[in-house]
Write a protein of this length. Structure first.
Length: 176
C-alpha cells in the first residue's frame, strides 16, 4: 500500500481579493490561521479558490506565495485541473516546478468526456509530473461524474494517490 500524501484535514482555501487584486496579506493570515489550528494540508487554486477566474500567472504566484507563507509547516496542494488536457499538463508541470507538494485535478468540465477520455486525460496529466495527484470529482460543477471503473483503472498509476469525491452518492463514496 502506498504512503498517503497527508493524513488529517486539508482545507480548500479561498483566494482573498481586495478590489480586483489578490490580497496576499490576507492570504498569509488565512494560511497561518489554518496551520495554527492543526491543518495538515491546504489546497490553493481549487474550485473554492476561484480557480476558474484566475489567470495562470495568478495561480502560479498564489502557489509560490502559499509555499513561502506555509514555510514547510503544511503541504500545499495546487489545483491545476482544466478542461484542456494540454493546459492542465502545462499548469501541473509549472506548479511542480515552483514546489507544490501535490496536485488537485478537477474533471474536464463542459467536455463530458467518455470513460476512456477521462482515463486518457488524467493519465496524461499524472504522467507529466512526478508529484502526487488527487482526482477531483465534482459533478455539480463539471456536468460529469467519474465512474468507479475509471477510478479503478487510474489507481494503477503510481502518483495518483487519492480522490476528492464531491458527488452526493453515498453508496458510491462508500465503494470508493
Amino acid at each position: 500500500m502506498r504512503e498517503p500524501l497527508f493524513s488529517g484535514v486539508c482545507t480548500a482555501l479561498i483566494t482573498p481579493f481586495e478590489g480586483d487584486r489578490i490580497n496576499y496579506r490576507m492570504l498569509e493570515q488565512l494560511i497561518n490561521r489554518q496551520i495554527e489550528n492543526g491543518i495538515q494540508a491546504i489546497v490553493i487554486c481549487g474550485t473554492t479558490g476561484e480557480s476558474a477566474t484566475l489567470s495562470d500567472s495568478e495561480k502560479l504566484e498564489l502557489i509560490e506565495k502559499s509555499l513561502v507563507y506555509a514555510s514547510g509547516r503544511c503541504l500545499i496542494i495546487a489545483g491545476t485541473g482544466s478542461n484542456s488536457t494540454q493546459h492542465a499538463i502545462r499548469l501541473s508541470i509549472a506548479a511542480q516546478s515552483v514546489g507544490a507538494d501535490g496536485l488537485l485535478l478537477v474533471s474536464p468540465y463542459y467536455n463530458k468526456a467518455s470513460k476512456n477520455g477521462l482515463i486518457s486525460h488524467y493519465r496524461a496529466i499524472a504522467e507529466s509530473v512526478h508529484i502526487p495527484c488527487i482526482l477531483y470529482n465534482v459533478p455539480s460543477r463539471t456536468g460529469l461524474d467519474i465512474p468507479i471503473e475509471v477510478y479503478r483503472v487510474l489507481s494503477g498509476i503510481s502518483n495518483i494517490v487519492g480522490v476528492k469525491e464531491a458527488s452526493n452518492d453515498i453508496v458510491k463514496i462508500a465503494r470508493i
